[in-house]
Design a protein around this ligand. Sequence first.
Ligand code: 5RP
Length: 264
Amino acid sequence: MDWGMKNRLSQVIQPDGHCFFLPIDHGYFQGPTRCLEKPGETIKPLLSFVDALFVTRGVLRAVVNPDNSKPIILRVSGATSMASGDLANEEITTSIEEIIRLNASAVGISVFIGSDYQRQTLLNLAHLVNDCEDYGIPVMAVTAVGKELEKRDARYLALSCRIAAELGARIVKTYWCEDFQKVVESCPVPVVMAGGPKCESEREVFEFVYDGMQKGAIGINLGRNVWQNAHPVAMARALQAIIHENATAKEAVEIFREVRAKCV
Ligand code: 5RP
């Protein structure tokens, strides 16, 4: 692996081999998502707990301080919206020149396996890998399901992750599921867990994150379950403990309660 690629990967994946990415890219198809109406305010208290931000170029330029930023994973696919049509109908939205200009440590792009836009989104991934590999920039593939959340089972996710890795993704982001080891074991590149819609309780989040880490994930890319929680700082600190300090779900609940008590 070339020095530049290794160096960028080491910016987003910590020396323990684990990572905590904070996604704030939801606006690229959802518009002003709840608790992300002012993304600059949302991330301010959370940045010290996370290893990288997953963000679009527009929000990056508008609200992220370039003098004091976490490594950036740039969201480079889009062109759909909740307002109409099929969320899978994405294209690449950002040129390689822009990716380099913004000094991205990595880029993220969605693929929608099994959708009407499977071929298009897989070719988007392949073309992005072609461009980014030339410059040592890692591509993270996001195995997206659009509104069809019921698709999230091990068979489907293993298929999606493997295809994304075969096309050259350096990291794959997918959903946690039952039998998650089946997804990780058949994927030849590191797997990061996405969050999905906000869970019923903090404990539920900690349990799936802990389980996924035990089954071989290298980390998380969790947004709504962090910043839509009533106590986002406590949530971020507790998740950091699972990812980087091997805390159990039970210990994470204790950390969450301690930090919440200090914050109120
Ligand atoms: C949207 C994304 C988001 O980054 C992803 O959904 C993670 O955020 P959340 O934990 O809120 O689901 O890739 O397609």
